[in-house]
Design a protein around this ligand. Structure first.
Ligand code: GDP
Length: 695
């Protein structure tokens, strides 16, 4: 039957990793007692080693889940004893003072403001000298609040103990023989949850400190009966601490003591004394408690398993996933999505984008150089005014055109066009990094943006230099073919028509805003009259500086005057645009590149077109191709291959959908495993041949 306890201890720790709900709990022995009652001494006596933290202060600050695993001799060899902290990955500890030190450190790591923590320490001890047992050591009850212990400590410890002494756990209530049992906080706590003492074992320590008759009286349990009885021990060494292991000496002391008082403790066979008896008693009690829990726990696990299986089917159609597969899929779909996105960066699209940017520049150049030019009306009147001879005015306008063309070609096209495309790439990456599933993976998203921006940074300088270099010829001379001319002229007409429409729309909006055309006319008339007056004053001042007077009016609010000023600007612009449209549509402009001096709009448009074409070509080679080549490779090297198993799991679990999936899958697997083990146990139990006892 010992196999049963051992198996069930394994199952118990598996169940603990599934969840902490009471339904899935197998019993463990919980050790409670007040400070200095001898709790640690008892535990160490059971284990046969000194391993618990010592000190004047309260040192047990976290529950210790102590699992004892009996390792039987193999091939006549006695296996070495060792301890292990499964949660810490420190490996096997053969020296029990290392275990003691680790426990002390773990305890001291609890901030003193908290004093106690609910987070248990998992400790396993493998030894041929221990029985299969699970024991939970809890902080000792505080009897007297001292100055350096917070007031709430008492309650904190009490509520922690309360949590652990619930069913189905077995309570080991440690009381010192020299303290009245009526004052034992351990017994008092256990009586609250187990009034009949059905699952409480009393341990009376320090039997050597009271007269043997009195000790025997306590053990008989007449005053405070416990169904499972009391065991008396002497857990402290009597001799000097000469031996390297005090527990050995302690044991000798115990044997000496009970041996010396055999007439009292030996005569009443019902009295249980000694650490060996205590161990045996604990094994029996745990075993029978486990055995009686077996049926219930099997049912509970079966139910949980059915539920988990059902949910797994319904929610995930039995589809299994692994963190690795999720990571791989995520990266693949990232690459795929990126590839889709690159469609937005095909050359014609880039060219159109650059062209639009350059057309804006053309508008700016025109506005700067032509529309404010005092001779601008000449251009419009050419052809209709017989006094205007083209050959007379051509040198002026040719000169102007050269200036305009160079303003355009030298406006930093290399930098601007490269940045335009790079910005496009950047916002593409940002949209990937902030979209699903990367919104769940902030660190990966950060790396993604980081390395993308780095590639871009590396390429931007080279690319813009290269583009600038390649458009250099246009800075000196642009040759225009008749076909190009016609296309440029048509495009200019289209742009101007759009611009006119835009200005008209704005005018309409202003009209509506100020309250109709009449109102706007009033406002404009008012502004014009002010302008007149100011002009007159300037004339009167005869060239001397006159201060501009701010326009103030009691009739019109300033916001409306400012609207009106915009309206005047749009009206002026519409006037110019319309004149230029007429010119662009005129025979002279249609005639071809020879009239370039008089149709700067057509000419500049051709230049813009050529610049866009060349820029797009080199941006494609220097920036886009490079980026598209490097990006997927960087995903592999910086997002994928960098991850170790732990990080892969972390990454996958960052996505809540995946986390839920993995959790359920894991729960189902574990429950299946537990169920398998439980089933194998029932065949074990059905075995008529009882397994040999080891202790
Ligand atoms: P804990 O605070 O409940 O863990 O108590 P300890 O095990 O640290 O024991 C408190 C004190 O009581 C220590 O000084 C022990 O040496 C002493 N002690 C423990 N068990 C016995 C015992 O059976 N007999 C005697 N005389 N002293 C004991």
């Amino acid at each position: 039957l010992m196999h049963l306890t051992r198996k069930l201890i394994e199952i118990r720790s598996m169940l603990l990793s599934i969840d902490q709900s009471d339904a899935l709990k197998l019993p463990s022995i919980v050790v409670i007692g007040s400070q200095s009652s001898g709790k640690s001494s008892v535990l160490e006596a059971i284990v046969g080693h000194e391993f618990l933290p010592k000190g004047n202060n309260m040192v047990t600050r976290r529950p210790i889940e102590l699992t004892l695993i009996h390792t039987p001799p193999k091939d006549g060899k006695i296996p070495a004893e060792y301890g292990e902290f499964p949660g810490l990955g420190l490996g096997k500890m053969k020296d029990f003072t290392d275990i003691q030190r680790t426990l002390t450190e773990l305890n001291l790591a609890v901030p003193s403001s908290e004093a106690v923590s609910n987070d248990p320490i998992d400790l396993r001890i493998y030894s041929p000298n221990v029985p299969d047992l699970t024991l939970i050591d809890l902080p000792g009850y505080v009897q007297i609040s001292s100055l350096d212990q917070p007031e709430t400590l008492k309650e904190k410890i009490a509520s922690l103990c309360e949590k652990y002494i619930r069913e189905p756990n077995i309570i080991l209530a440690v009381c010192a023989a020299d303290v009245d049992l009526a004052n034992s906080p351990a017994l008092r706590a256990s009586r609250k949850v187990d009034p009949l003492g059905l699952r409480t074992i009393g341990v009376i320590t320090k039997m050597d400190l009271v007269p043997p008759e009195q000790g025997a009286g306590i053990l008989s349990g007449n005053r405070y009966p416990l169904h499972l009885g009391y065991v008396g021990v002497v857990a402290k060494s009597h001799g000097k601490r000469s031996s390297n292991d005090t527990t050995v000496v302690a044991k000798r002391g115990e044997n000496d003591y009970f041996g010396a008082h055999r007439e009292i403790f030996g005569s009443q066979t019902s009295l249980m004394v000694g650490t060996d008896t205590l161990r045996r008693r604990l094994m029996e009690v745990l075993e029978s408690s486990m055995a009686s829990s077996l049926h219930g726990i099997t049912n509970a696990v079966q139910l949980e398993l059915e539920e988990a299986t059902y949910q797994f089917k319904v929610q995930y159609n039995d589809r299994r996933i692994s963190p690795e597969s999720y990571v791989a899929e995520t990266m693949d779909s990232l690459k795929l999505r990126f590839k889709d996105f690159t469609q937005q960066f095909r050359r014609p699209i880039i060219r159109a984008k650059l062209k639009a940017m350059l057309e804006d520049k053309v508008m700016d150049v025109l506005e700067q150089l032509y529309w404010l030019d005092k001779r601008a009306p000449e251009l419009g009147a050419l052809g209709s005014d017989p006094k205007l001879k083209p050959e007379d005015i051509e040198p002026y306008w040719r000169h102007k055109l050269e200036a305009a063309s160079s303003l355009l070609t030298k406006s930093g096209v290399g930098r601007d066009s490269t940045l335009l495309v790079a910005d496009g790439l950047r916002s593409l990456i940002d949209s990937i990094a902030t979209g699903e599933p990367f919104n769940f993976h902030p660190r990966a998203a950060e790396r993604l943006t980081e390395f993308s921006h780095m590639i871009l940074r590396d390429r931007i300088g080279v690319t813009s230099d290269q583009v600038e270099n390649c458009i250099k010829p246009f800075k000196y001379d642009v040759e225009v073919e008749p076909r190009e001319w016609e296309a440029g002229r048509e495009r200019a007409v289209q742009l101007f028509e759009n611009e006119v429409a835009m200005c008209e729309q704005k005018l309409q909006e202003i009209k509506k805003k100020v309250g109709g055309a009449r109102r706007l006319n009033g406002l404009v008339g008012y502004l014009k009259s002010i302008e007149e007056k100011q002009k007159e004053r300037k004339l009167a001042a005869d060239g001397e500086q006159v201060e501009e007077q701010p326009v103030e009016s009691y009739r019109y609010p300033p916001a409306q005057l400012s609207d009106a000023r915009y309206a005047m600007m749009y009206t002026d612009r519409i006037g110019i645009l319309k004149l230029r449209l007429m010119a662009l549509k005129s025979k002279r402009c249609r005639a071809g590149p020879q009239s370039e001096a008089f149709c700067p709009e057509a000419f500049l448009n051709v230049v813009a077109d050529k610049l866009a074409y060349t820029s797009a070509m080199f941006i494609n080679i220097e920036l886009l191709d490079q980026f598209f080549y490097q990006f997927p490779r960087e995903i592999d090297s910086r997002l994928l291959y960098d991850l170790d198993r732990k990080e892969i799991v972390e990454f996958a679990r960052e996505n809540p959908v995946v986390r839920r999936h993995l959790d359920l899958q894991e729960r189902k697997d574990k429950l299946e495993e537990v169920m398998k083990q439980l089933n194998s146990l029932s065949t074990l139990r059905a075995d008529p041949q009882p397994a040999p006892r080891r202790h």
